[in-house]
Write a new protein. Structure first.
Length: 76
């Protein structure tokens, strides 16, 4: 399940609309801000062309783990 897509031409995240879950707005906005900060930092990195594919996979995995942990906390 992927919630964000990396658009390499603009170097910014395209975040899909919020999934229909019990995640709070604060958590969702926090995840979006964190992703934006990470991607803006990486877009200024000198080796960004070499890191692009690895970074995309790592970020998508990290976002999914973060959201999964949020789901678990909500339904505990």
């Amino acid at each position: 399940m992927m919630f964000a897509k990396f658009n390499s031409s603009r170097q910014t995240p395209d975040v899909y609309k919020r999934p229909p879950t019990q995640i709070s707005d604060v958590t969702w906005r926090s995840a979006q801000k964190t992703l934006s900060r990470i991607l803006s930092t990486l877009s200024n990195h000198p080796n960004v062309l070499m890191l692009r594919f690895t970074t995309r996979a790592c970020l998508l995995c990290a976002i999914n783990i973060y959201l999964l942990n949020s789901y678990i906390r909500i339904f505990k």
